[in-house]
Write a protein that binds this ligand. Structure first.
Ligand code: NZQ
Ligand code: ZN
Length: 387
């Protein structure tokens, strides 16, 4: 196990009706609030009215930035930065899924920075200050509600890039499972795959002797597999929605990577694809992860045997390690397929036209991943296997 530091400053407020605490949670951060949300799901569900009512209780002066896109755009972030400066905003409240929260984080960092906020994604500058943000999460997926990462798309250059800082951890996140009852099946599925993929990125590690981390990760995977299908079958099932939400938060709040060297190559590849084709993040991961697994499993077959037997209940009897590992990988792919996610690029209308560019961009800072270092050629092989 590697040495590590665990640092998470987000106050997680979890449970039905917790939106009623929004006013008191927001109050310490000032009255001039920017409310950030997406394409209207919060208006349909009535959450918007609840939020406005809570903010009025503390006399907040509220500006709004709506229409945050799934795969949030740099142009929208810049609009938010403009409002923050013009209205001297003190606090940003994000109400929505990961895209809304990520946009709020980028706005928070950009508002107090003299240059272009994109600088943070290309490592031209580091975040040294940011406005405080709070969130109300409406979709189980990214874990952005309890981490300091943000993923933004620059449509002009067709690049999707990340920025991150401890300064971007939300001051609080309200997570109420009933707010996710309205999430449609396809977004529920995307969320399930994103959560599982976050676990994979941190579970498939070369770091030896990490039994606690492994059991945490397997526990989250088993919970998601079971509750994912229940939430798909019945969107109003409180317990399965709650278990998915907590899994999503715990998959990305810094608990899983303690003491291990995580991978993240598949996320890098997926971001290059959704930057060009604007497909949902979960769909890209569903297509690439089983192919990444097949490409790398021999690097540490014991881990893949453990995964197959503990997570997918593959019986080892009379089988070679190779057979067990491959059965686990196929079980992963079958699950993705069974819950209705695409498993080939063809299904989402993508051909090999931009493979070279994707592989170039993915490896622009050098080889990617840690479980197995992937060169441009390796990335191309995974892309081709995903067609
Ligand atoms: O825009 P609205 O109208 O709110 O609709 C959204 C959107 O269309 C809808 N939705 C959300 N909550 C709903 C709902 N519809 C009905 N009822 C509700 N309660 O769902 C759609 C997708 O929302 P989005 O926020 O885009 O989904 P997600 O949470 O999966 O976020 C995806 C983004 O996060 C990035 C991804 O790359 C992608 O850009 N990621 C962020 C990470 C992070 N910050 O840590 C890590 C991830 O790996 C990921 O890369
Ligand atoms: Zn992800």
């Amino acid at each position: 196990m590697n040495g590590f530091e665990l640092y998470n400053t987000t106050r997680l407020v979890f449970g039905e009706g917790k939106v009623n605490q929004l006013g008191e949670l927001t109050k310490p951060f000032g009255q001039r609030v920017l409310l950030v949300y997406g394409g209207g799901s919060i208006k349909k569900s009535g959450l918007y009215d609840q939020v406005k009512q809570q903010l009025s209780l503390i006399g907040a002066i509220v500006q709004e930035l709506s229409g945050i896109e799934p795969n949030p755009r740099l142009t929208t972030v810049n609009e938010g930065i403009r409002i923050c400066r013009e209205k001297d905003i003190q606090f940003i409240l994000a109400v929505g899924g990961g895209s809304v929260i990520d946009a709020a984080k980028a706005i928070a960092a950009g508002a107090l920075y003299d240059g272009d906020v994109w600088d943070f994604t290309i490592r031209k500058a580091t975040i040294t200050q940011a406005l405080p943000i709070g969130t109300i999460l409406t979709l189980a997926a990214t874990g952005s509600e309890m981490n300091g990462g943000s993923v933004i798309t620059n449509l002009e250059t067709k690049q999707k890039r990340t920025m991150g800082s401890k300064l971007l951890y939300p001051k609080f996140s309200i997570v109420d499972p009933t707010l996710t009852f309205t999430v449609p099946v396809n977004q529920t599925v995307n969320g399930i795959i994103d959560i599982m993929s976050h676990v994979f990125e941190q579970y498939f590690s070369q770091t030896p002797s990490t039994p606690i981390q492994d059991r945490f990760a397997e526990g989250i995977l088993l919970t998601v597999i079971e509750n994912g299908e229940k939430a798909i079958a019945n969107g109003n099932d409180y317990d399965s929605r709650a278990n998915l939400l907590l899994s999503g938060t715990y998959a990305m709040n810094g608990i899983l990577p303690i003491g291990v060297t995580a991978d993240w190559a598949t996320h890098v590849i997926e971001h290059e694809v959704s930057a060009i084709y604007d497909i949902p993040h979960g769909e890209g991961l569903s297509i690439f992860f089983p192919n990444w697994m097949k490409f790398v499993y021999k690097e540490r077959i014991d881990k893949f045997v453990q995964f197959a037997t503990r997570v997918w209940n593959v019986s080892p009897e009379g089988k070679t390690d190779d057979e067990i590992a491959l059965e686990g990988i196929e079980a992963t792919r079958s699950y993705f397929k069974r819950i209705g996610s695409p498993i080939t690029l063809q299904e989402v209308g993508i051909n090999d036209e931009h493979f070279e560019r994707m592989a170039d961009e993915a490896t622009q800072f050098g080889d990617i991943g840690n479980f197995k270092k992937l060169s441009k050629e390796d990335v191309l092989s995974i892309l081709k296997a995903s067609l």
